[in-house]
Design a protein around this ligand. Structure first.
Ligand code: FES
Length: 107
C-alpha cells in the first residue's frame, strides 16, 4: 500500500499506509493522525482538511478544481501555493511516499 508522510507543525512526523483509492484525508483520520478535522466528511465544503503538499509532489497531483480552489480561500491557516484539500487527493500507487505538512490550525 502507498505510504503518506504527515509532518506536524511541531516538527514531528508520522507515516501511514493508505489503500489506493482512499483520500489523503480519510487515510489520516482512519490512522489517527491529528490535525485534520474534515467537518464535511470529504464533500469539499469545509476546508478543514487543509494540508501543504511537499513541493516535489505538487506536479504529480491532479489539478485543483474550481470548488476546491474556492474552498482554499477559506482555510483557517494561511493559504500557500502548495495548499490543497486532502479530501480531494486520491491515493494511488504512484503517490507512494507523498509528503504533506499539516497546518497549525483548521478552524
Ligand atoms: S473534508 Fe471538508 S473540504 Fe475536505
Amino acid at each position: 500500500m502507498p505510504k503518506i508522510i504527515f509532518n506536524h507543525p511541531d516538527g514531528t512526523s508520522e507515516t501511514v499506509e493508505a489503500k489506493a483509492g482512499t483520500s489523503v484525508m480519510l487515510a489520516a483520520l482512519t490512522s489517527g493522525v491529528d490535525g485534520i478535522e474534515a467537518e464535511c466528511g470529504g464533500s469539499c465544503m469545509c476546508a478543514t482538511c487543509h494540508v501543504y503538499i511537499d513541493e516535489a509532489w505538487l506536479d504529480r497531483l491532479p489539478k485543483v478544481q474550481i470548488l476546491e480552489d474556492e474552498m482554499l480561500d477559506d482555510t483557517a491557516a494561511e493559504r500557500a501555493s502548495n495548499s490543497r484539500l486532502s479530501c480531494q487527493i486520491e491515493m494511488t500507487e504512484d503517490l507512494d511516499g507523498l509528503i504533506v505538512t499539516l497546518p497549525d490550525m483548521q478552524i
